[in-house]
Design a protein around this ligand. Structure first.
Ligand SMILES: [Zn+2]
Length: 273
């Protein structure tokens, strides 16, 4: 037995070394997973509600029934017609958050938007943060004014709203309460195209990379875009991508659980700036 002692000891040491290497690499993998999980949590923490897919399931959609919500702010304008044309070509639907004065100037565009099966929400009147967020009553009355204008033009009443520049930081809890008690449904976004400050088609890649990130977690994209020339010009590139990747476009409706940013400790009154 004694003559086998040394080889056995060497074998035991080799096995122990293997186990040690395995343990160290599992720690590395472990820390990577923790990072991934943290990123997941960050995405989950940001919105108040994670939108569900069409069947009301929270698990990731399969390739064929993935939904995306396209939203366009600050219209309508003559450019909306180009956007509507492109949407029609791709058999896609969108939600338009419209400004009151723009609806008054372009009533035919508003009618066409509704006629073609898109959703219309409200974006207020002034689009001036110092006016809209001046008081709860100011915000409420801007939304009610826009609501009446849409009703007068189309016969449609909507409670869907998106506040100017999004709900963070100026839409404090008291504003949210007032809008909520008046039946309005607040919508922010989880994909920011930055189309207002990017050159021409750059926003498309911006959107695609954010969609791909959300897709890892099965989160339904709600894309913020604007009613403007550059966005309209390159919309077909984005729609082609969505089609190719099995996304269907949905319209936001009032009965869906709305999606808005949480204030956490980020909201403050506009006059404290
Ligand atoms: Zn806006």
């Amino acid at each position: 037995m004694k003559k086998y002692g040394l080889p056995i000891m060497i074998m035991v040491i080799i096995v122990l070394l293997f186990l040690l290497v395995d343990w160290i690499s599992s720690i590395r993998v472990g820390s990577y997973n923790v990072e991934e999980a943290n990123r997941n949590i960050m995405i989950d923490l940001e919105p108040k509600n994670v939108p569900l897919n069409r069947e009301g399931k929270s698990q990731p959609d399969t390739e064929s029934n993935r939904i995306v919500y396209l939203t366009f702010d600050d219209g309508p304008s003559p450019v909306s017609n180009d956007i509507l044309d492109t949407l029609k070509t791709f058999d896609a639907k969108a939600t338009f958050f419209m400004l009151d004065p723009a609806m008054r100037v372009n009533p035919d565009v508003v009618k066409r938007t509704v006629m073609e099966g898109h959703a219309v929400g409200l974006h207020g009147v002034t689009h001036d943060k110092n006016k809209f967020y001046q008081s709860e009553l100011a915000a409420l009355s801007e939304m009610k004014t826009a609501q009446e204008t849409l009703l007068r033009i189309t016969g449609v009443t909507t409670h869907l709203i998106r506040t100017p520049y999004g709900s963070v930081p100026y839409l404090t809890e008291s504003f949210r309460d007032v809008l909520n008690h008046n039946g309005f449904r607040l919508w922010d976004w989880n994909v920011d195209s930055s189309d207002w400050n990017l050159m021409e088609d750059e926003y498309v890649q911006q959107v695609i990379s954010q969609i791909e990130e959300l897709d890892k977690y099965g989160i339904t994209p709600i894309i913020l875009m604007h009613d403007q020339d550059g966005t309209a010009h390159h919309l077909s590139t984005l729609l082609a991508y969505l089609k190719e990747h099995g996304y269907k476009t949905g319209v936001i409706d009032e009965h869906m659980e709305s999606y808005s940013f949480n204030c956490y400790d980020r909201c403050y009154p506009v006059d404290e700036e």
